[in-house]
Design a protein around this ligand. Sequence first.
Ligand code: GTP
Ligand code: MG
Length: 301
Amino acid sequence: MGIFRRGLAKTRQSLFGRISQLFGNSDITPDTWDDIEATLIQSDLGTETTATVIEYLQEVVREEGLTRTGDLQKALKQALRGLLDKPRELNLSGRELSIILIVGVNGSGKTTSIAKIASRLHRAGRKVILAAGDTFRAAAIDQLQTWGDRVGVPVIASKPGADPGAVVYDAINAARARKHDVLIIDTAGRLHTNYNLMQELAKVRGVISKAVPGAPHEVLLVLDGTTGQNALKQAQKFAEATEVTGLVITKLDGTAKGGMIFSVHNDLHVPVQFIGLGEGVNDLVYFDPENFVESLFSDET
Ligand SMILES: Nc1nc2c(ncn2[C@@H]2O[C@H](COP(=O)(O)OP(=O)(O)OP(=O)(O)O)[C@@H](O)[C@H]2O)c(=O)[nH]1
Ligand SMILES: [Mg+2]
């Protein structure tokens, strides 16, 4: 289980861990349901998703005639697993150039995640190029360039204050000229409530789809896992403003709020593609629902 189990230790130990204790093995009573509900809500599943899970459990109890709390753990795993879609490959093949647009609020982990994804794809033999579409701050451009050097992929950048659309346009041309097959575009962090900045995102998107019909092929929304239920609000707004094809949930190593993955998924029906489990370039893993659910329950530390 490796990095998954280690990275999710906080979520497992602080809250989900309690579920195992809570189950013990006594008679199922109305209190059992209250306890499970409280624990799931504290684990950042949100009220709606928690209600879905409890309903499922109660149905299993009825259908299978269960009477002991000890029998509930398996059903809970199934319920949680059922909330998550099967993993999906990134839509990056079968064409000359595939484009990934990365979006999210300030500080959610966009630039770091780009470096991690670029490194993965690069090591898998793809010809990756990055676009420094965050032209807001000089430091943002430097940060991406530093990562590009470290990971071994080129970065197309302009001056601070430049039009992000123009940078993206240049990057697409450079990608084509140099025969790169994956372009990943960094964007400035923006509050999901800022209308103008959300419009700017739509403009960048327009530049991409005009230059490459059918692109962007992936729009990954990066959410900070430590923000729990707040990430859900952001996700809803981003999904309204721009089509989001997948989620990257970062910083799960530092938080007990890993349960937010279930509610984000349940609410948006957008698959989680990657989770971030640390600051290093290798600390990003493909999201594997089976493994994720098991990691939340496994007792070893
Ligand atoms: N522990 C941990 N830290 C992370 C993870 N992902 C990102 N970070 C840290 O989060 C901080 C912000 O990351 P950035 O990648 O700069 O975030 P950003 O979304 O590009 O930020 P802006 O461009 O300012 O909007 C950095 O200190 C990263 O090292 C993760 O999975 N785990
Ligand atoms: Mg950034």
